[in-house]
Design a protein around this ligand. Structure first.
Ligand code: BGC
Length: 496
């Protein structure tokens, strides 16, 4: 099977023989709601292509299509020592990355810090203090007693940001359930730098990076066929390399039209105006109850943060339906708690290897205190497959749209994130959807979505290295203060 792409998911046989009519009817209804047939995938993709282009215009559209000032791919020979800070959604990670002389190699040391839940809905000051504390701890731990010059830092800030420069980023809006007051509409770099300065932490921010751009660049460092970087995790998004001549909203800067520019699509915002995505009543509730209703329509149907919640909403709805007998006489207190189930709960159900779904039965018992019957388990299992399959198939529309827009007929797509890496069959289902959208008949898929290199760590370091390199070469477009950047480049080595 080598080279033939991900295999089709093995299917549990599962018998519907004993499933009573009310549950069978509901299974059928859910199938209709959640299945995205080939024709619909194609329609979504075609609309997506237009929206990608629209996002690049001066007027703009729903998809932000943010120019990132990451201007070109690595050649594999980037060198230096860099810090990377990854503020993705779930954890905070600090890394030190060494890019040695050897092509495509890297060494990395890293520490993870839990992102306290309260911080996600707290205020800006607390956020920057916490982030700076983590960086300070990292440096004190790994460089105790050393005299350090300023270390260049790539800051992976994985939220939509308008960047006039690579070391600048105005947060457009929080996503992934974050709701920290006093950050939206502001440049995140100055308060971050101020918090570092206050603590005397010797760091020079060289690049503010999105995780997708980092993924694109890190993957291209080791594989030159990589043309797109994707994240399918707590949130979802992609980046690709555009040429400046095809970005009308940058025309006023008179850049060489042939210069490359990585675009952070922020495709989670695709179809915010609800023209084409087949939303279910559950998607509508998710949106309404989220901190940012009307935003991230696509992301809310796909990303890990929402998969468990979609599942939960369906079950609660079925239980409340007088025509359906499900979880009768059971206490649904735990299931009724919003966001109490995450995507890993669904993964475990999909992975249940037993015909009688005994692992799922245990999960419901232990986590939710619900005793399930065999027909209920069949419905539950079916529902997770429907939700997971829809997410994978819709994701493929975004990948296909970028390929169509750029007339890419063959390439590798680097993907990272918990859903991509851990959700069962996500890769195979996505690959199948790509085949359906792009009408491939050949045995080998010309466009393959593959596990990426560490974008938020190695990718951020590479983007810092590329920025310093182009600055030295006199290509200073999109660098706020080239002099200061050059000074940082000169001091770059860590003194032992
Ligand atoms: C953010 C993106 C990010 C994606 C994956 C989305 O919610 O808006 O910036 O790339 O999540 O982390």
């Amino acid at each position: 099977m080598v080279g033939l792409g991900p295999r089709k998911p093995p299917s549990r046989k599962g018998s519907m023989a004993d499933v009573p009519k009310d549950l069978l009817d509901q299974i059928k209804r859910l199938e209709e709601l959640f299945t995205v047939p080939q024709e619909k995938l194609k329609e979504i993709t075609d609309h997506f292509v237009k929206e990608l282009a629209k996002g690049l215009t001066v007027e703009g559209g729903s998809i932000p299509m943010n120019p990132t000032w990451c201007m070109g791919f690595p050649d594999g020979y980037e060198t230096g020592t860099f810090l990377a800070l990854d503020m993705g959604g779930t954890n905070l990670r600090v890394c030190e990355i060494n890019l040695p002389e050897e092509k495509g190699e890297f060494d990395i040391i890293q520490s993870k810090y839990r992102m306290p839940e309260e911080l996600k809905t707290g205020n800006a000051e607390e956020l920057w203090e916490y982030v700076a504390d983590c960086l300070q701890q990292f440096i004190e731990y790994h460089h105790e007693g050393e005299e350090l010059d300023e270390l260049p830092l790539g800051f992976t800030f994985s939220y939509p940001a308008t960047q006039d420069y690579i070391d600048h980023g105005v947060l457009q809006r929080w996503t992934k359930g974050f709701d920290i007051e006093g950050v939206e509409g502001k440049d995140v770099v100055p308060p971050f730098e101020a918090a570092l300065k206050e603590r005397g932490v010797p760091i020079k921010l060289t690049a503010l990076v999105n995780d997708t751009t980092g993924t694109l660049i890190a993957s291209a460092y080791t594989d030159t066929d990589m043309k797109i970087g994707c994240i399918f995790g707590t949130g979802c998004n992609a980046a690709y390399m555009e040429d400046c001549g095809s970005i009308p909203k940058l025309a006023h800067l008179n850049l060489d039209p042939k210069l490359p520019m990585a675009i952070n699509c922020e495709w989670g915002a695709f179809d915010n105006e609800h023209k084409v995505l087949p939303r279910t009543p559950y998607d509508i509730i998710i949106d309404k109850e989220s901190p940012r209703p009307g935003q991230q329509a696509f992301e809310k149907m796909i990303a890990g943060l929402y998969l468990g919640e979609i599942f939960r909403l369906v079950l609660v709805d079925l239980h409340g339906n007088p025509d359906v007998k499900i979880f009768e006489g059971q206490d649904l207190g735990k299931l009724k708690k919003a966001y109490s189930l995450d995507a890993s709960f669904l993964s475990s159900i999909e992975e249940d290897p037993f015909e009688n779904l005994s692992e799922t039965q245990d999960l419901f018992q232990n986590k939710l205190g619900i005793t399930t019957t065999k027909p209920e388990l069949e419905l539950i299992h079916h529902l997770t497959c429907l939700i997971g399959t829809r997410a994978a198939r819709l994701s493929a529309c975004g990948v296909a749209a970028i390929c169509k827009k750029k007339s890419i007929t063959s390439c590798h797509v680097g993907a990272d994130g918990s859903v991509f890496n851990k959700y069962p069959h996500f890769k195979a289902r996505g690959a199948q959807a790509l085949r359906e959208i792009l009408d491939w008949t050949s045995r080998k898929d010309p466009i393959e979505i593959l596990p990426a290199e560490d974008g938020s760590g190695v990718g951020a370091a590479l983007i810092s290295a590329l920025t310093l390199k182009r600055c030295k070469e006199g290509q200073t477009a999109g660098i706020r203060d080239p002099e200061a950047m050059l000074a940082a480049a000169k001091k770059m080595k860590v003194k032992q």
